[in-house]
Design a protein around this ligand. Structure first.
Ligand SMILES: *Cc1c(COP(=O)(O)O)cnc(C)c1O
Length: 420
């Protein structure tokens, strides 16, 4: 195509993309019926009266455990509380150090700091954008109590190396799978490789109920702790109660909060889980095609997933950009140009945590720990390089057909021809 005479959409030209993208999140008749069934069940939370049938939270927990081939699943209010429950169950507390990737959503560090523990920020691997195992090992001290691994955007972290470190030092791994529902490594679902796995089902995530989360584990002791921590130190009664009675009783075995997920959200998830695998496959096949098409576009490449990855799930799809091939415009400008061509918000990766405004604030709760957190001491050069040289495509863009991938490539080529 000859773009030379054309205008960029951002300057009033005709956008390449003329159609809407697949809707996210989408509702279906089946989903709406499930929600209505839940509403009519008269039980809207696990702490509501038992109504002679398993709660939706139990049904979803079983289904998600089966999906992940894991023994226990405890749904939580959101991904942040899933991290809190997992960390607290691992015994993380005052002044313990938890290794956290420098490139991730702020919740990862905030969850650690909320337990009065210290997030130790570690740089990422340029190939996968996930935590760099070598840097993890360098950051270990006598106070390190857990390694938080995030399977970021659309990659699985290097679990071979991370497991070796975990075993060598006897430090458990907590896998944050908020962006990786259904991905597998050596045939196992992510979240089942470390001691505990956590998920977010917030609206942007690839399995969603608007807000929601879950923790999974194969360890019964951890599972019981997590249940209690989530449920104000309550546990399930041993024998199902009569209708109209509570299915929970006081256990009082932990200093616990309420992070229960509502029955309505669990009903949504129970329905949404049915299509996750198929959607993951569709995104993967579109992603493969896009990768092939981009091989001929100089200055644009895809990231990789760590060795051992057996299937990928795509949350945001990062594209690595050599800006010299784009007339040295900034990545921010390129994102804005591409957003205008594609009619979808294209943006940069997370601001690295050592300078993320939501993490480095003077809020008194954080300033209390300022000395201990000391974000200024971290450099995180790879995180910053990634921030300045990658852009992210939303997963909904991969849910449609092959033609959509051509629109993405055409948009990139159009911008390139005009700016270079
Ligand atoms: C979304 C997300 C979270 C937090 O989940 P919420 O449900 O928004 O609390 C944590 N970690 C990562 C990597 C996330 O993407």
């Amino acid at each position: 195509m000859d773009f030379q005479m054309e205008q960029l959409a951002i300057n009033g030209g005709k956008p390449v993309r003329q159609q809407a993208w697949p809707v996210w999140p989408a509702s279906t008749t089946g989903l709406e019926e499930e929600v209505i069934r839940c509403l009519r069940s008269r039980r809207w939370t696990v702490s509501g009266f038992y109504q002679d049938e398993p709660s939706y939270e139990e049904k979803f927990a079983r289904a998600f455990a089966a999906f992940n081939n894991v023994s226990y699943c405890i749904p939580t209010a959101n991904g942040t509380s899933a991290l809190l429950c997992g960390l607290q169950a691992l015994g993380i507390g005052m002044d313990d150090e938890v290794i956290v990737p420098g490139l991730t959503w702020v919740a990862c560090a905030v969850a650690v700091a909320s337990l009065n523990a210290i997030p130790v920020l570690v740089d990422v691997d340029a190939a996968t954008l996930c935590i760099d195992p070598e840097k993890v090992e360098q950051a270990i001290t006598a106070r390190t109590k857990a390694i938080m691994v995030v399977h970021l955007y659309s990659a699985v972290a290097d679990m071979h190396a991370l497991l070796r470190i975990s075993e060598k030092y006897g430090i458990p791994i907590i896998e944050d799978c908020a962006q990786a529902h259904g991905a597998t490594w050596e045939g196992k679902r992510v979240g089942t490789i470390g001691a505990v796995g956590t998920f977010s089902m917030q609206q942007g995530k690839i399995l969603t109920s608007g807000e929601g989360g879950a923790v999974i584990t194969n360890n019964q002791v951890l599972a019981e702790k997590i249940y209690s921590i989530r449920t104000n130190a309550r546990k399930k009664v041993a024998v199902r109660p009569l209708p109209g009675y509570m299915e929970l009783e006081d256990a009082g075995d932990s200093f616990a909060s309420n992070y229960c997920l509502s029955e309505i959200a669990c009903a949504i998830l129970l329905n949404k889980l049915k299509t996750l695998e198929e959607e993951n496959e569709r995104r993967s096949s579109n992603r493969r095609l896009l990768g092939q098409l981009l091989e001929t576009v100089e200055g644009v490449s895809m990231i990789s997933s760590a060795p051992g990855t057996t299937s990928i799930s795509t949350y945001h799809l990062p594209l690595r950009i050599e800006l010299a091939a784009f007339g040295n415009i900034t990545i921010k400008t390129l994102c804005e140009m591409l957003s205008a061509e594609l009619g979808m918000w294209i943006h940069q990766p997370y601001i690295p945590l050592n300078k993320h405004p939501l993490y480095v604030t003077d809020d008194h709760r954080l300033s209390f720990y300022k000395e201990k957190l000391d974000t200024a001491k971290y450099q995180l050069p790879v995180c910053w390089k990634v921030y300045h040289s990658h852009l992210l495509l939303h997963h909904a863009m991969l849910l449609g057909n092959e033609k959509d991938m051509y629109d993405i490539v055409t948009s990139i080529q159009k911008i390139k021809t005009i700016v270079e």
